[in-house]
Design a protein around this ligand. Structure first.
Ligand SMILES: Nc1ncnc2c1ncn2[C@@H]1O[C@H](COP(=O)(O)OP(=O)(O)O)[C@@H](O)[C@H]1O
Ligand SMILES: Cc1cn([C@H]2C[C@H](O)[C@@H](COP(=O)(O)OP(=O)(O)O)O2)c(=O)[nH]c1=O
Length: 213
C-alpha cells in the first residue's frame, strides 16, 4: 500500500511522518524531493528564484521517476506499506501554480498528464490542512514557494485535487497543536492501512470521525 502525506510547506508533514516511524516500524519511509543527486538538483533549483517553471517541473518529475523505480515500486512489490512525505500531488499542486502564468493553458491537467503514463498513484493520501499565512510563518518563508500568495494558489490546487478524488484523501486539521495533529495522523493512518488490508470496520469509518463515512 502506498500512503502519502501532502500539504503546504509548514503544515507539519515531516513532523507527522517522523512520528509515524515509531508507530509503523515495518513500513518503508521515504520522501520527495529525494536524497539522491536528482533531489540535489531539485533543491538547487528551489534556491534559484529565476529558474524556469517548466525546468523545475521536469527536475521534480525526474526525481519522482527515479524514486518510483528505485524505492517505491520495489517496496510495493515486496508487500510493504510505503509512507511518503510528499509525492505526485505536490507536483500537481505546486508546479501547476508556478505554471499558472505560462504558455501552458491548463497546467494542473498538463502536469497530471505527464505523470499519467508512468506513475503509480497513491492508494490513500493524508492532507494536512493549514492556511497559507500559518504555513508560510511556520516554514520561515526561506524559498520561492514559501510565500503566502503562492501558497494560496497551491492550496486551491490541492482543493481541486481533493474535490476530484474525495475517496483517496483524508483531511486533517493541521492548525492544532503538534501533539493533536500527530495523534490524528497516527489514527487516520492506522484506519487507512487496516481498510486497505480489508478490515470492514475501518472501511466503514476511515477518517475515524465516527460518522461512518
Ligand atoms: N501543529 C503544529 N503547530 C505548530 N508548529 C508546528 C506544528 N507542526 C509542525 N510545526 C513546526 O513548523 C515547522 C514546519 O514543520 P514541518 O513538520 O517541517 O512541516 P512540513 O514538513 O509540512 O514543511 C517546524 O518548525 C515544526 O516544528
Ligand atoms: C516534491 C515536491 C516539492 N515541491 C516543493 C515544496 C516545497 O516548497 C519544496 C521542498 O519540499 P520539502 O522538502 O518537502 O519542504 P517542506 O518540508 O517545507 O514542505 O519543494 C514542489 O514544488 N514540487 C514537488 O513535486
Amino acid at each position: 500500500m502506498l500512503l502519502t502525506l501532502e500539504g503546504l510547506d509548514g503544515s507539519g508533514k515531516t513532523t507527522a511522518w517522523e512520528a509515524l516511524h515509531d508507530a509503523r516500524p515495518d513500513a518503508t519511509f521515504t520522501h520527495e524531493p529525494t536524497d539522491t543527486w536528482y533531489g540535489d538538483a531539485v533543491r538547487r533549483s528551489l534556491g534559484d528564484d529565476d529558474a524556469d517553471p517548466l525546468a523545475d517541473l521536469f527536475l521534480f518529475t525526474a526525481d519522482h521517476a527515479d524514486h518510483l523505480s528505485r524505492v517505491v515500486r520495489p517496496a510495493l512489490a515486496d508487500g510493504d506499506v510505503v509512507i511518503s512525505d510528499r509525492y505526485t500531488d505536490s507536483r500537481y499542486a505546486y508546479q501547476a501554480a508556478s505554471l499558472a502564468d505560462s504558455e501552458i493553458r491548463r497546467p494542473l491537467e498538463y502536469v497530471r498528464g505527464i505523470h499519467g503514463a508512468f506513475t503509480r498513484e497513491p492508494d490513500a493520501t493524508i492532507y494536512l490542512g493549514v492556511d497559507p499565512e500559518t504555513a508560510a510563518a511556520r516554514a520561515g518563508a526561506t524559498d520561492k514557494f514559501e510565500r503566502v500568495s503562492f501558497l494560496a494558489e497551491v492550496q486551491s490546487n490541492y482543493d481541486r485535487l481533493i474535490d476530484a478524488e474525495p475517496e483517496r484523501f483524508v483531511r486533517v486539521d493541521a492548525s492544532r497543536s503538534p501533539e493533536a495533529v500527530i495523534d490524528r495522523v497516527e489514527d487516520v493512518a492506522d484506519r487507512l492501512i487496516e481498510a486497505f488490508h480489508g478490515d470492514d470496520a475501518a472501511v466503514a469509518d476511515v477518517d475515524g470521525d465516527g460518522d461512518g463515512a
